[in-house]
Ligand binder design. Structure first.
Ligand SMILES: [Zn+2]
Length: 451
Protein backbone atom coordinates (compact mmCIF):
# COMPACT_ATOMS: atom_id res chain seq x y z
CA UNK A 1 0.00 0.00 0.00
CA UNK A 2 3.04 2.20 -0.23
CA UNK A 3 1.65 3.71 -3.41
CA UNK A 4 -1.28 5.29 -1.57
CA UNK A 5 -1.47 9.04 -1.12
CA UNK A 6 -2.65 10.17 2.30
CA UNK A 7 -3.41 13.79 3.14
CA UNK A 8 -4.00 15.20 6.60
CA UNK A 9 -5.58 18.62 6.85
CA UNK A 10 -5.30 20.28 10.23
CA UNK A 11 -7.74 22.97 11.26
CA UNK A 12 -6.20 24.40 14.40
CA UNK A 13 -8.68 24.76 17.22
CA UNK A 14 -11.69 23.80 15.12
CA UNK A 15 -14.78 22.50 16.89
CA UNK A 16 -17.86 21.26 15.06
CA UNK A 17 -19.25 24.78 14.59
CA UNK A 18 -16.10 26.22 13.03
CA UNK A 19 -15.46 23.05 11.01
CA UNK A 20 -18.91 23.50 9.46
CA UNK A 21 -18.10 27.13 8.73
CA UNK A 22 -15.12 25.86 6.72
CA UNK A 23 -17.50 23.50 4.94
CA UNK A 24 -16.45 20.27 6.66
CA UNK A 25 -19.81 18.69 7.44
CA UNK A 26 -19.78 15.05 6.45
CA UNK A 27 -18.40 12.41 8.80
CA UNK A 28 -17.74 14.90 11.57
CA UNK A 29 -16.64 13.09 14.73
CA UNK A 30 -15.23 14.06 18.11
CA UNK A 31 -11.46 13.90 18.51
CA UNK A 32 -9.81 13.88 21.93
CA UNK A 33 -6.87 16.24 22.42
CA UNK A 34 -3.97 15.98 24.83
CA UNK A 35 -4.06 17.21 28.39
CA UNK A 36 -3.61 20.13 28.16
CA UNK A 37 -5.64 20.74 24.95
CA UNK A 38 -2.95 23.00 23.58
CA UNK A 39 -1.38 23.53 20.17
CA UNK A 40 2.26 22.47 20.83
CA UNK A 41 1.67 19.14 22.64
CA UNK A 42 -1.43 18.26 20.60
CA UNK A 43 0.11 18.67 17.12
CA UNK A 44 3.28 16.96 18.30
CA UNK A 45 1.17 14.02 19.50
CA UNK A 46 -0.71 13.90 16.18
CA UNK A 47 2.65 13.88 14.37
CA UNK A 48 4.30 11.24 16.60
CA UNK A 49 1.46 9.07 17.96
CA UNK A 50 2.75 9.39 21.53
CA UNK A 51 1.99 11.41 24.66
CA UNK A 52 4.04 14.36 25.98
CA UNK A 53 6.02 12.16 28.40
CA UNK A 54 7.46 10.45 25.30
CA UNK A 55 7.84 13.37 22.87
CA UNK A 56 8.70 16.00 25.48
CA UNK A 57 6.50 18.94 24.40
CA UNK A 58 3.93 20.46 26.76
CA UNK A 59 3.93 24.13 25.69
CA UNK A 60 5.85 26.76 23.74
CA UNK A 61 8.24 26.99 26.65
CA UNK A 62 10.72 24.59 28.14
CA UNK A 63 10.80 25.03 31.89
CA UNK A 64 13.80 24.42 34.09
CA UNK A 65 12.11 22.81 37.06
CA UNK A 66 14.76 23.82 39.58
CA UNK A 67 14.75 27.54 38.86
CA UNK A 68 11.24 27.86 37.29
CA UNK A 69 12.94 29.69 34.44
CA UNK A 70 11.97 28.97 30.87
CA UNK A 71 13.12 29.31 27.29
CA UNK A 72 11.29 28.79 24.00
CA UNK A 73 10.96 25.16 22.95
CA UNK A 74 12.08 24.20 19.43
CA UNK A 75 12.03 21.17 17.15
CA UNK A 76 15.17 19.99 18.95
CA UNK A 77 13.09 19.38 22.07
CA UNK A 78 10.93 16.79 20.25
CA UNK A 79 12.43 13.48 21.37
CA UNK A 80 10.35 10.99 19.38
CA UNK A 81 10.43 10.31 15.61
CA UNK A 82 7.80 12.20 13.66
CA UNK A 83 5.67 10.49 11.02
CA UNK A 84 7.73 11.91 8.10
CA UNK A 85 10.90 10.57 9.72
CA UNK A 86 9.39 7.09 9.95
CA UNK A 87 8.18 7.34 6.34
CA UNK A 88 11.56 8.56 5.15
CA UNK A 89 13.25 5.46 6.53
CA UNK A 90 10.91 3.50 4.22
CA UNK A 91 11.96 5.86 1.44
CA UNK A 92 8.54 7.52 1.32
CA UNK A 93 7.97 11.20 0.72
CA UNK A 94 6.24 13.78 2.93
CA UNK A 95 5.22 17.39 2.57
CA UNK A 96 4.77 19.04 5.97
CA UNK A 97 3.31 22.54 6.13
CA UNK A 98 2.76 24.85 9.13
CA UNK A 99 3.27 22.24 11.83
CA UNK A 100 4.31 23.67 15.20
CA UNK A 101 7.58 22.46 16.74
CA UNK A 102 9.16 21.63 13.37
CA UNK A 103 11.56 24.60 13.35
CA UNK A 104 14.57 24.62 13.02
CA UNK A 105 14.22 22.05 10.27
CA UNK A 106 17.28 20.04 11.17
CA UNK A 107 15.41 16.75 11.69
CA UNK A 108 14.09 16.25 8.17
CA UNK A 109 15.71 14.20 5.43
CA UNK A 110 16.08 16.50 2.38
CA UNK A 111 15.72 13.54 0.01
CA UNK A 112 12.23 12.67 1.19
CA UNK A 113 10.81 15.62 3.07
CA UNK A 114 9.66 19.13 2.26
CA UNK A 115 8.83 21.36 5.23
CA UNK A 116 7.23 24.81 5.26
CA UNK A 117 7.77 26.49 8.62
CA UNK A 118 4.90 27.28 10.97
CA UNK A 119 3.77 30.63 12.35
CA UNK A 120 5.88 30.34 15.52
CA UNK A 121 9.12 29.97 13.56
CA UNK A 122 11.35 33.04 13.91
CA UNK A 123 11.68 33.06 10.13
CA UNK A 124 9.33 31.79 7.43
CA UNK A 125 11.27 29.23 5.42
CA UNK A 126 10.95 26.21 3.23
CA UNK A 127 13.16 23.13 3.45
CA UNK A 128 15.19 21.98 1.60
CA UNK A 129 16.84 25.32 1.01
CA UNK A 130 16.97 24.93 -2.76
CA UNK A 131 13.22 25.66 -2.86
CA UNK A 132 13.64 28.94 -1.00
CA UNK A 133 14.32 31.03 -4.09
CA UNK A 134 11.21 29.79 -5.86
CA UNK A 135 8.81 30.42 -2.97
CA UNK A 136 10.33 33.24 -0.96
CA UNK A 137 7.84 35.93 -1.99
CA UNK A 138 4.89 33.76 -0.95
CA UNK A 139 6.19 32.90 2.50
CA UNK A 140 4.82 36.03 4.14
CA UNK A 141 4.67 36.44 7.90
CA UNK A 142 1.56 35.08 9.57
CA UNK A 143 -0.90 37.53 11.17
CA UNK A 144 -1.16 35.42 14.31
CA UNK A 145 -1.15 38.26 16.81
CA UNK A 146 -4.90 38.57 16.97
CA UNK A 147 -4.71 40.13 20.45
CA UNK A 148 -3.10 43.23 18.96
CA UNK A 149 -5.83 43.83 16.41
CA UNK A 150 -8.57 46.35 17.00
CA UNK A 151 -10.30 46.68 13.67
CA UNK A 152 -12.41 43.64 12.86
CA UNK A 153 -12.60 43.93 9.08
CA UNK A 154 -9.00 44.97 8.76
CA UNK A 155 -7.82 41.85 10.61
CA UNK A 156 -10.10 39.60 8.57
CA UNK A 157 -8.63 41.10 5.40
CA UNK A 158 -5.10 40.59 6.70
CA UNK A 159 -5.74 36.91 7.41
CA UNK A 160 -7.36 36.45 4.02
CA UNK A 161 -4.41 38.04 2.24
CA UNK A 162 -2.01 35.79 4.15
CA UNK A 163 -4.02 32.67 3.31
CA UNK A 164 -4.36 33.63 -0.34
CA UNK A 165 -0.65 34.32 -0.75
CA UNK A 166 0.56 31.18 1.01
CA UNK A 167 -1.98 29.02 -0.82
CA UNK A 168 0.11 29.39 -3.99
CA UNK A 169 2.83 27.41 -2.21
CA UNK A 170 0.37 24.87 -0.78
CA UNK A 171 -1.19 24.20 -4.22
CA UNK A 172 2.19 23.93 -5.90
CA UNK A 173 3.50 21.37 -3.43
CA UNK A 174 0.21 19.50 -3.59
CA UNK A 175 0.07 19.28 -7.36
CA UNK A 176 3.66 19.26 -8.54
CA UNK A 177 5.41 17.13 -5.94
CA UNK A 178 5.28 13.37 -5.78
CA UNK A 179 4.34 12.71 -2.14
CA UNK A 180 2.96 9.88 -0.03
CA UNK A 181 1.95 12.08 2.90
CA UNK A 182 0.79 15.66 2.64
CA UNK A 183 0.16 17.21 6.07
CA UNK A 184 -0.89 20.84 6.37
CA UNK A 185 -2.17 22.88 9.32
CA UNK A 186 -4.36 25.95 8.94
CA UNK A 187 -4.14 28.17 12.03
CA UNK A 188 -6.75 30.56 10.68
CA UNK A 189 -9.54 28.70 12.51
CA UNK A 190 -7.72 29.16 15.84
CA UNK A 191 -6.90 32.84 15.33
CA UNK A 192 -10.49 33.64 14.37
CA UNK A 193 -11.94 31.65 17.29
CA UNK A 194 -9.78 33.54 19.79
CA UNK A 195 -10.38 36.86 18.20
CA UNK A 196 -14.11 36.58 17.43
CA UNK A 197 -15.48 34.01 19.90
CA UNK A 198 -18.98 34.84 18.71
CA UNK A 199 -18.36 32.69 15.61
CA UNK A 200 -18.47 29.71 18.01
CA UNK A 201 -22.17 30.54 18.38
CA UNK A 202 -22.74 31.12 14.70
CA UNK A 203 -22.59 34.91 14.88
CA UNK A 204 -20.75 37.28 12.48
CA UNK A 205 -19.81 34.40 10.23
CA UNK A 206 -19.64 36.68 7.20
CA UNK A 207 -16.40 38.23 8.54
CA UNK A 208 -14.48 34.94 8.48
CA UNK A 209 -16.25 33.22 5.57
CA UNK A 210 -14.05 34.62 2.75
CA UNK A 211 -10.92 33.07 4.32
CA UNK A 212 -12.70 29.81 5.14
CA UNK A 213 -13.93 29.61 1.54
CA UNK A 214 -10.34 29.63 0.29
CA UNK A 215 -9.51 26.80 2.67
CA UNK A 216 -12.56 24.80 1.55
CA UNK A 217 -11.58 25.16 -2.11
CA UNK A 218 -8.13 23.90 -1.23
CA UNK A 219 -9.60 20.89 0.63
CA UNK A 220 -11.61 20.07 -2.51
CA UNK A 221 -8.40 19.97 -4.51
CA UNK A 222 -6.70 17.79 -1.88
CA UNK A 223 -9.65 15.39 -2.00
CA UNK A 224 -9.33 15.10 -5.76
CA UNK A 225 -5.65 14.13 -5.50
CA UNK A 226 -5.28 12.05 -2.30
CA UNK A 227 -6.63 8.52 -1.89
CA UNK A 228 -7.52 9.12 1.74
CA UNK A 229 -7.99 12.48 3.48
CA UNK A 230 -8.15 13.03 7.23
CA UNK A 231 -9.32 16.34 8.61
CA UNK A 232 -8.38 16.91 12.25
CA UNK A 233 -8.11 19.63 14.84
CA UNK A 234 -5.56 19.68 17.66
CA UNK A 235 -8.16 20.77 20.20
CA UNK A 236 -11.63 22.29 20.22
CA UNK A 237 -12.86 25.67 21.35
CA UNK A 238 -15.43 26.81 23.86
CA UNK A 239 -16.82 30.10 25.06
CA UNK A 240 -15.36 31.16 28.39
CA UNK A 241 -17.03 33.42 30.94
CA UNK A 242 -14.49 33.33 33.74
CA UNK A 243 -10.73 33.42 34.20
CA UNK A 244 -9.16 31.74 37.22
CA UNK A 245 -5.74 33.12 38.20
CA UNK A 246 -3.90 30.10 39.55
CA UNK A 247 -0.73 31.81 40.75
CA UNK A 248 -2.84 34.38 42.56
CA UNK A 249 -4.68 31.55 44.33
CA UNK A 250 -1.32 29.94 45.14
CA UNK A 251 -0.09 33.27 46.54
CA UNK A 252 -3.16 33.61 48.77
CA UNK A 253 -2.46 30.13 50.11
CA UNK A 254 1.15 30.99 50.87
CA UNK A 255 2.84 29.07 48.04
CA UNK A 256 4.06 32.18 46.18
CA UNK A 257 5.44 35.53 47.38
CA UNK A 258 5.68 38.29 44.81
CA UNK A 259 5.81 42.03 44.23
CA UNK A 260 2.75 43.32 42.37
CA UNK A 261 4.63 46.45 41.42
CA UNK A 262 7.49 44.56 39.78
CA UNK A 263 5.04 42.34 37.90
CA UNK A 264 3.12 45.29 36.49
CA UNK A 265 6.37 46.92 35.42
CA UNK A 266 7.63 43.78 33.68
CA UNK A 267 4.27 43.29 32.02
CA UNK A 268 4.20 46.85 30.72
CA UNK A 269 7.69 46.33 29.35
CA UNK A 270 6.56 43.15 27.61
CA UNK A 271 3.67 44.94 25.91
CA UNK A 272 5.90 47.81 24.85
CA UNK A 273 8.50 45.45 23.46
CA UNK A 274 5.87 43.83 21.29
CA UNK A 275 5.13 47.24 19.81
CA UNK A 276 8.85 48.07 19.82
CA UNK A 277 8.20 51.35 21.55
CA UNK A 278 11.04 53.67 22.56
CA UNK A 279 9.89 53.48 26.17
CA UNK A 280 10.80 49.83 26.04
CA UNK A 281 14.42 50.86 25.60
CA UNK A 282 14.23 52.70 28.90
CA UNK A 283 12.66 49.71 30.62
CA UNK A 284 15.40 47.47 29.26
CA UNK A 285 17.77 49.43 31.42
CA UNK A 286 15.63 48.85 34.51
CA UNK A 287 14.83 45.22 33.86
CA UNK A 288 17.22 43.00 31.94
CA UNK A 289 15.53 41.93 28.71
CA UNK A 290 16.18 38.27 29.43
CA UNK A 291 13.98 38.51 32.51
CA UNK A 292 10.92 39.73 30.69
CA UNK A 293 11.14 38.27 27.23
CA UNK A 294 9.78 34.84 28.07
CA UNK A 295 8.52 34.96 31.60
CA UNK A 296 7.88 38.28 33.25
CA UNK A 297 6.60 36.55 36.38
CA UNK A 298 9.95 35.22 37.47
CA UNK A 299 11.14 38.80 37.81
CA UNK A 300 8.39 39.67 40.29
CA UNK A 301 8.38 36.51 42.34
CA UNK A 302 10.66 36.41 45.33
CA UNK A 303 9.69 32.96 46.49
CA UNK A 304 7.61 30.17 44.99
CA UNK A 305 7.16 26.55 45.94
CA UNK A 306 4.52 25.91 43.28
CA UNK A 307 3.75 27.80 40.11
CA UNK A 308 1.78 27.70 36.89
CA UNK A 309 4.15 28.55 34.04
CA UNK A 310 2.44 29.21 30.68
CA UNK A 311 -1.31 29.37 31.29
CA UNK A 312 -2.52 27.07 28.53
CA UNK A 313 -0.36 24.14 29.67
CA UNK A 314 -2.51 23.82 32.84
CA UNK A 315 0.80 22.67 34.35
CA UNK A 316 2.06 23.38 37.85
CA UNK A 317 5.72 22.94 38.74
CA UNK A 318 6.63 22.29 42.37
CA UNK A 319 10.01 23.06 43.92
CA UNK A 320 9.45 20.51 46.60
CA UNK A 321 7.34 17.46 45.92
CA UNK A 322 6.48 17.25 49.62
CA UNK A 323 3.98 20.06 49.02
CA UNK A 324 1.96 18.13 46.45
CA UNK A 325 -0.94 17.23 48.73
CA UNK A 326 -1.22 20.70 50.22
CA UNK A 327 -1.30 22.29 46.76
CA UNK A 328 -3.93 19.84 45.50
CA UNK A 329 -6.09 20.46 48.57
CA UNK A 330 -5.80 24.22 48.32
CA UNK A 331 -6.71 24.39 44.63
CA UNK A 332 -9.51 21.81 44.60
CA UNK A 333 -11.29 23.97 47.17
CA UNK A 334 -12.12 26.44 44.41
CA UNK A 335 -15.28 25.65 42.44
CA UNK A 336 -13.56 26.80 39.23
CA UNK A 337 -11.18 23.83 39.45
CA UNK A 338 -12.59 20.38 38.75
CA UNK A 339 -9.46 18.46 39.61
CA UNK A 340 -5.72 18.70 40.17
CA UNK A 341 -4.05 15.55 38.87
CA UNK A 342 -0.47 14.33 39.30
CA UNK A 343 1.09 14.41 35.86
CA UNK A 344 2.33 10.82 36.12
CA UNK A 345 -1.26 9.57 36.24
CA UNK A 346 -1.93 11.23 32.89
CA UNK A 347 1.27 10.89 30.86
CA UNK A 348 3.63 7.95 31.10
CA UNK A 349 7.02 7.88 29.45
CA UNK A 350 10.76 8.41 29.85
CA UNK A 351 10.46 12.22 29.77
CA UNK A 352 7.80 12.51 32.48
CA UNK A 353 10.29 14.16 34.84
CA UNK A 354 10.44 17.17 32.52
CA UNK A 355 6.68 17.68 32.56
CA UNK A 356 4.82 19.73 35.17
CA UNK A 357 4.14 17.88 38.45
CA UNK A 358 0.42 18.60 38.43
CA UNK A 359 -2.23 19.40 35.85
CA UNK A 360 -5.08 21.67 36.85
CA UNK A 361 -8.35 20.78 35.13
CA UNK A 362 -10.62 23.83 34.94
CA UNK A 363 -14.43 23.63 35.06
CA UNK A 364 -16.42 24.18 31.86
CA UNK A 365 -16.44 27.81 30.81
CA UNK A 366 -13.36 28.57 32.92
CA UNK A 367 -9.96 29.51 31.56
CA UNK A 368 -6.86 29.37 33.76
CA UNK A 369 -4.20 32.07 33.74
CA UNK A 370 -0.69 32.38 35.17
CA UNK A 371 -1.00 36.15 35.46
CA UNK A 372 -0.51 37.86 38.83
CA UNK A 373 -3.62 39.94 38.43
CA UNK A 374 -4.32 40.89 42.03
CA UNK A 375 -7.58 38.96 41.94
CA UNK A 376 -8.40 35.24 41.81
CA UNK A 377 -11.26 35.32 39.33
CA UNK A 378 -12.58 37.69 36.69
CA UNK A 379 -15.66 37.61 34.47
CA UNK A 380 -14.76 37.71 30.78
CA UNK A 381 -16.18 36.94 27.36
CA UNK A 382 -13.66 35.06 25.30
CA UNK A 383 -12.90 31.80 23.54
CA UNK A 384 -10.49 29.20 24.84
CA UNK A 385 -9.28 25.72 24.02
CA UNK A 386 -11.14 22.58 25.04
CA UNK A 387 -10.41 18.85 24.89
CA UNK A 388 -12.95 17.93 22.22
CA UNK A 389 -11.75 18.67 18.70
CA UNK A 390 -12.92 17.27 15.35
CA UNK A 391 -12.06 14.31 13.14
CA UNK A 392 -13.34 13.68 9.65
CA UNK A 393 -12.21 11.46 6.81
CA UNK A 394 -13.05 10.33 3.32
CA UNK A 395 -11.55 8.35 0.50
CA UNK A 396 -10.98 5.02 -1.07
CA UNK A 397 -11.99 2.00 0.99
CA UNK A 398 -13.29 4.03 3.91
CA UNK A 399 -16.87 3.90 5.10
CA UNK A 400 -19.57 6.49 4.61
CA UNK A 401 -21.21 6.24 7.97
CA UNK A 402 -19.71 4.82 11.12
CA UNK A 403 -19.86 4.71 14.89
CA UNK A 404 -16.58 4.58 16.77
CA UNK A 405 -16.16 1.97 19.50
CA UNK A 406 -13.92 4.44 21.23
CA UNK A 407 -13.64 8.15 20.43
CA UNK A 408 -10.58 8.80 18.22
CA UNK A 409 -7.67 10.55 19.91
CA UNK A 410 -4.72 12.62 18.74
CA UNK A 411 -2.45 9.58 19.18
CA UNK A 412 -4.42 7.48 16.66
CA UNK A 413 -3.36 9.22 13.45
CA UNK A 414 0.18 7.80 13.25
CA UNK A 415 -0.77 4.11 13.73
CA UNK A 416 -3.69 4.48 11.33
CA UNK A 417 -1.54 6.06 8.62
CA UNK A 418 1.24 3.49 9.08
CA UNK A 419 -1.34 0.70 8.85
CA UNK A 420 -2.66 2.05 5.55
CA UNK A 421 0.89 2.27 4.21
CA UNK A 422 1.56 -1.28 5.40
CA UNK A 423 4.43 -0.18 7.62
CA UNK A 424 5.29 -1.44 11.13
CA UNK A 425 3.75 0.43 14.04
CA UNK A 426 6.09 1.36 16.92
CA UNK A 427 5.32 -0.88 19.90
CA UNK A 428 5.26 2.06 22.32
CA UNK A 429 2.68 4.08 20.36
CA UNK A 430 -0.14 5.50 22.48
CA UNK A 431 -2.66 5.32 19.67
CA UNK A 432 -4.68 2.62 17.96
CA UNK A 433 -5.51 1.86 14.34
CA UNK A 434 -8.93 3.40 13.66
CA UNK A 435 -10.13 0.20 12.02
CA UNK A 436 -13.79 1.24 12.15
CA UNK A 437 -13.22 3.59 9.21
CA UNK A 438 -12.29 0.86 6.74
CA UNK A 439 -15.00 -0.86 4.70
CA UNK A 440 -15.80 -4.33 5.98
CA UNK A 441 -14.11 -7.04 3.95
CA UNK A 442 -11.70 -4.48 2.59
CA UNK A 443 -8.05 -5.37 2.55
CA UNK A 444 -7.33 -2.67 5.14
CA UNK A 445 -9.86 -3.96 7.63
CA UNK A 446 -8.62 -7.54 7.35
CA UNK A 447 -4.93 -6.78 7.24
CA UNK A 448 -3.05 -7.56 10.45
CA UNK A 449 -1.12 -4.68 11.93
CA UNK A 450 2.65 -5.00 11.71
CA UNK A 451 4.54 -4.44 14.95
ZN1 LIG B 1 -4.14 24.84 18.49
Amino acid sequence: MKDKKIAIIGLDGANKTTAKLVGVEAQLHDFISTIPPYTPPAWTSILTGVNPAKHGIIGWQKVDRMSFKSRLATSRDVKYPRLPEILSSANMKSVIINLPMTYPITWADPENTIVVSDWMAPKQTIFPKKLEEQYREFLIDPPHQWWQESDRDEYADKVKEFTETRLSVYYDLLEKIDWNLYFIVFSETDWFSHWMPQILEGKDEHVVKPTFKLIREFINEVESIADIVFIVSDHGFQKIDKVFYINEALAQNGFIRYSGFKFRMANTAKKLIRRSNILAEVLYKLIPKSKISVNSMSYAISEAVAMLIESETWGLYLKNRENIKEVINALTDYPEIVDVVPSKLIHKGPLSRYLPDLFVIPAEGVSVSDELSGTITKQVVKGDHEIKGIFSFRGEGVKEDILFNKTPRVYDIVPTVLHIFGLPIPSDTDGRILKEIFEEDSELSKKQPIE
